[in-house]
Design a protein around this ligand. Structure first.
Ligand code: IMP
Length: 184
């Protein structure tokens, strides 16, 4: 199999349709929670870009976007533990309703770091939307307000999520085989 479609061998965890249906449900929940208000969706690059694009189009309340980037896992699957801000917010968030949009809530280190950082800017409210949640991996005490799917401790790719920057454009969410040749 050529390198471009090797992912077809990875088992599907959530199909495009399942993701779309769950995203629409979260969108309806956000619409209900923020009726008559404005929200700022803050996407965490790069993994959350695709989820943010779909979530934003599932909500009808007045909304703007911003993006931050933080240091990530690097090439492999192991987290270094240290989180560093690589790209800050473009616009002030003071007095605004913020929803931080993440692809996966894993150890919680990233979101804890971002929550502390954003709270210093005194937003009106701060909530978290995470497409996936791996509760068994949590090191920090943090939960998302909106969760797409809770999953066990598996490494996944697709729908924005990568392994060594690859597979972000895969349309469904797939399980990365532990014996993947470039994995170690
Ligand atoms: P945390 O700081 O450990 O919660 O890590 C969150 C980030 O780790 C996510 O935003 C992803 O970028 C990355 N990550 C965690 N698990 C996976 C995975 O299974 N596949 C791809 N990226 C992951």
């Amino acid at each position: 199999m050529s390198p471009s479609n090797i992912h077809k061998d990875f088992p599907i965890l959530f199909s495009e349709q399942q993701i779309a249906e769950r995203t629409a449900e979260i969108g309806r929940q956000i619409d209900a929670d923020y009726a008559g208000k404005s929200v700022v969706l803050v996407g965490v690059l790069k993994g959350a870009a695709i989820f943010l694009a779909d979530l934003a189009r599932s909500i009808t309340v007045d909304c703007t976007f911003d993006f931050v980037a933080v240091s990530s896992y690097g090439k492999g699957q192991k987290t270094s533990g240290a989180v560093k801000l690589i790209k800050d917010l473009d616009l002030p968030i003071e007095g605004k309703n913020i929803i931080v949009v993440e692809d996966i809530l894993d150890t919680g280190l990233t979101l804890c770091f971002l929550r502390n950082l954003f709270e210093q800017h005194r937003p009106r409210s701060l909530r978290v939307a995470a497409l996936l949640d791996k509760p068994s991996r949590r090191l920090e005490k943090i939960e998302a307000d909106y969760v797409g799917f809770k999953i066990p401790n598996h490494f996944v790719v697709g729908y924005g999520m990568d392994y060594a920057e690859r597979f972000r454009n895969v349309r469904d969410i797939r399980l990365m085989p532990p014996d993947y040749p470039e994995m170690h």
